[in-house]
Design a protein around this ligand. Structure first.
Ligand SMILES: Nc1ncnc2c1ncn2[C@@H]1O[C@H](COP(=O)(O)OP(=O)(O)O)[C@@H](O)[C@H]1O
Ligand SMILES: [Mg+2]
Length: 361
């Protein structure tokens, strides 16, 4: 095997539950050492895909290759993939030591080595000295660390985590995100991490695989997915507010998007010269309030209908007529202090800040 072989190849995997198609023709390669997050709303097929990778479920069709080896129909216990669940799934009647040692015991590892490995795993999760406690005697965050230690202890090449921080409060969640990332980097593991939280995905991942309705909607680096979503679905999922429909067209040599209300919206000339119905968006932070005579590629006129102060950022809802609202966000400063509801404004943005979206994905 050369080093280019992905640690996991998912090839055209479909899963049906009776008439429900939970996964439709999903294909994805995970590189060695990569941290890939499956992100998507509830019911999008994330857990189903993870279970198919772990071997808890078999695909209806399609294949899986672990480091080049076909594992599609191998039982979970011989795949050697680590798994961490949202509810920790620790065994309450066993000590922390025995919980972590469990995967080594079923592999019949000699006692001395088991002891060493468990100590090492506890060191790694920064919880030495709790071997003799029961899971119940630990906090939620500590229990999840134990579950992570158990998944790591037999040094699997790939670890799967299904919403592992879902049961923890916000502050602890952020701390654990950092810890999981550190463990991933220290050990050079490959990781498939599931979450429905976009911020978590953006913070932690090398790549994000955005899922919706059992399909992969977008795959890419966090920055790319956030800044240049490829579809209406991904723009919407990442909380974009200024999403509109229009018709792709040309004005001379320049690509534009015709819009009934806004007129032709200028886009970067590198935009694919498609014609027909498209989605498009412009991020609130890319919009500016213009001076009275100031020129810009795209200009809209309207009146402020709402001002929302949220600390460093102030958001303005601008009514541009016909029931259309555009959101503008600015750094909170004295300069925008005079902008109140009712103020007439001109807002503008450069053509390269207009992002075209595929309406069908
Ligand atoms: N055992 C099952 N039987 C029938 N339908 C299921 C079963 N498990 C999941 N589904 C359906 O498959 C789809 C994907 O579910 P799931 O993988 O759990 O999504 P997610 O983890 O993204 O929330 C959903 O529509 C869900 O209702
Ligand atoms: Mg799930």
């Amino acid at each position: 095997m050369n080093s280019e072989t992905p640690i996991l190849r998912i090839a055209n995997v479909t899963k049906r539950y009776g008439s429900v198609e939970a996964l439709s023709d999903v294909s994805l390669d995970i590189g060695k050492g990569e941290f890939v997050t499956l992100l998507g709303p509830s019911g999008s097929g994330k857990t189903t895909l993870l279970n198919i990778i772990s071997g808890a479920l078999f695909p209806t069709s399609g294949s899986l290759f672990l480091d080049g080896r076909d594992i599609s129909y191998l039982p979970a216990r011989v795949r050697g993939i680590g798994m961490v669940f949202q509810n920790f799934a620790l065994m309450p009647h066993l000590s922390v030591f025995e919980n972590i040692a469990f995967p080594l015991r079923i592999r019949k590892m000699p006692k001395v080595e088991v002891k060493e490995r468990v100590a090492e795993a506890l060191e790694l999760i920064k919880l030495p000295g709790v071997e003799d406690r029961r899971p119940k005697q630990l906090s939620g965050g500590q229990q999840q660390r134990i579950a992570i230690a158990r998944a790591l202890v037999y040094r699997p090449p790939l670890i799967l985590m299904d919403e592992p921080l879902g049961a923890l409060d916000r502050k602890l969640r952020q701390q654990m995100q950092f810890e999981i990332k550190r463990i991933h980097d220290d050990l050079g593991l490959s990781m498939i991490y599931v979450t429905h939280d976009q911020e978590e995905a953006l913070t932690m991942s090398d790549r994000i695989c955005l899922m919706g309705g059992g399909k992969i909607k977008d795959v890419g680096a966090p920055r790319r997915i956030y800044a240049n979503p490829s579809s209406v679905f991904s723009a919407d999922f990442f909380g974009a507010t200024n999403i509109f429909q229009g018709v792709a067209d040309r004005q001379g040599d320049d690509p534009v998007i015709a819009h009934d209300k806004f007129g032709p919206i200028k886009v970067a000339s590198s935009c694919i010269p498609v014609r027909g119905e498209v989605g498009w968006m412009v991020r609130p932070e890319r919009l500016r309030f213009l001076e009275p005579e100031e020129k810009e590629d795209n200009v809209l006129v309207g009146a402020i209908s709402e001002v929302i102060l949220s600390g460093q950022i102030t958001q303005f809802l601008v009514d541009v007529g016909d029931g259309l609202n555009v959101t503008v966000s600015c750094l909170t400063s004295d300069k925008i202090g005079g902008l109140a509801a009712g103020t007439k404004v001109r807002i503008g943005w450069p053509r390269h800040a207009t992002t075209m979206l595929d309406p069908d994905r």
